[in-house]
Design a protein around this ligand. Structure first.
Ligand code: DLL
Length: 434
């Protein structure tokens, strides 16, 4: 089995556009009729549902952002009767109010199709044992991949995140073939496998489906090596269902957007102007058929590029590049824009692990910028004599990438806390807001 739903995954452009044209007209009317807040936004913009005759008219509609979701917390954007809602999920955000996303039975069914497509694209079938080590609960990762694996007919292990020893034991004893978790947890499981005395030959894993946070190509190579697998990227966000907005195929060259369910645009985040093909900007997504929580032109804050070229895998869905950070992940240190993903790229290029912590503070009105990087046991014994030289070399490489000079600290193995879910890489101690 190469595709889960070949008729749509490999459909002609005309067919995909026809589906989008039909769905957007219905979806705008649904949101306008059932969400008073959305109706007022459209009224303010002077646009009526009748003005939307197809997907090409989408630019006429207002954007939605996290601001609107907070304003309307907890259910101001719910478009169906509560009795038709069968589940909620919520974001892990630590600032402001959490986002609550609502699902009808049909919403869950279509979402499961999306994650099932991702599992099949990663080589999954009824023969597979899928170990799900994303968190279960309010986070969408666990249940999102779970429902997809069930649809494919895989034997599904609902491990949730954490309890690393048990993860390795079940992986070995139950012969898991596909692992689903965050890339940082996958890297940790790779380390844990080695420490347990097992090698990749002792387990049956062939693939991993990793997402929920930015990760680099070098991190992909590290994980592929430490677990003996092919690592696939998967993208999504709670507001738009969860994992499965887009997924990678065997070409590993961008994630195919499930265009029958989501319409993607790239805009200039400052002006809101829609950008042309191949231009880098903020990803804006529209859910074309969500009943309970129909977000239209939602600004994700993820910075990425769309690619409309045909993929060798045979799927016709357009692809999005790995989002290498959100506009709100960006740190401004001494006035310079810094993305944690840039730091990670340098660390991996220089042969370090992706176990690091960025610490920023403000002393005498100047930002301090420290990066703690963990050494492996081998590096630790090799480096101990010339730590300060190595630290200087690393600071120089980082300066070339970032434009500013961090103070790097090479630290002993196992001194930086591991994450079982999304990694925490930044400790910003500056008190910039009272
Ligand atoms: O992280 C949904 C998810 C679960 C995706 C499991 C993939 C796998 P949220 O917690 O709402 O939802 O966070 C969404 O995470 O806007 C991106 O900034 C980031 N993100 C998600 N997937 C990727 C990825 C889930 N593959 C936010 N690469 C998004 C980079 C990602 N960033």
């Amino acid at each position: 089995m190469k595709y889960f739903q070949q008729d749509i995954e490999c459909a002609s452009r005309e067919k995909i556009e026809a589906i989008q044209n039909e769905k957007i007209v219905k979806q705008v009317k649904h949101a306008y009729d059932n969400i008073p807040y959305y109706r007022s936004l459209m009224d303010q913009k002077g646009v009526k549902p009748e003005d939307i005759k197809g997907i090409k008219d989408i630019y006429k509609l207002p954007f939605l952002s996290k601001y609107d979701l907070r304003e309307q917390y907890p259910d101001g954007l719910l478009a169906v009767d509560k009795k038709d809602v069968v589940r909620i999920h919520s974001t892990s955000g630590t600032t402001g109010k959490r986002v609550i996303a609502y699902y009808t039975e049909n919403d869950l069914d279509l979402w499961a199709d999306c994650t099932a497509r991702a599992i099949v694209a990663a080589g999954g079938s009824k023969e597979d044992v899928v170990q799900i080590a994303y968190g279960y609960g309010l986070f969408t990762g666990g249940m999102g991949l779970h429902d997809g694996a069930r649809k494919v007919g895989c034997m599904t292990l609902p491990m949730s995140s954490g309890n690393t020893e048990r993860q390795i034991q079940f992986m070995h004893d139950l012969k898991s073939t596909i692992l689903c978790c965050t890339p940082s947890y996958a890297a940790y499981l790779g380390e844990a496998l080695k420490e347990s005395g097992l090698t990749t030959k002792d387990i049956n894993l062939k693939a991993g489906i990793f997402g929920a946070e930015p990760w680099t190509e070098s991190m992909r190579k590290d994980i592929e090596k430490s677990l003996g697998i092919k690592a696939y990227d998967i993208f999504g966000l709670t507001e738009l269902s969860g994992p499965g907005v887009s997924y990678e195929c065997e070409e590993q060259a961008g994630m195919h957007i499930n265009e029958d369910h989501f319409y993607a645009e790239i805009i200039n985040p400052e002006t809101g102007e829609v950008l042309g093909d191949g231009e880098k900007g903020e990803l804006v997504l529209t859910s074309l058929d969500k009943e309970a929580f129909p977000l239209i032109r939602y600004r994700t804050r993820d910075i990425c590029i769309l690619n409309k070229e045909k993929c060798k895998c045979g799927r016709s869905f357009i692809r999005m590049a790995k989002p290498m950070g959100r506009s709100d992940d960006m740190l401004i240190i001494r006035g310079v824009n810094v993305f944690p993903s840039q730091i990670e790229t340098v660390l991996l290029e220089q042969g370090y692990t992706p176990n690091y912590l960025i610490e920023i503070d403000r002393v005498n009105n100047t930002d301090t910028f420290d990066i703690y990087v963990e050494l492996t046991s081998e590096q630790f014994s090799d480096t101990i004599k010339d730590v300060s030289l190595k630290e200087k070399e690393l600071s120089n490489a980082l300066k070339t990438m970032l434009g500013i000079n961090p103070k790097t600290h090479l630290v002993a193995p196992k001194t930086i806390a591991r994450s079982e879910g999304k990694a925490v890489r930044v400790n910003d101690k500056r008190k910039l807001i009272d």
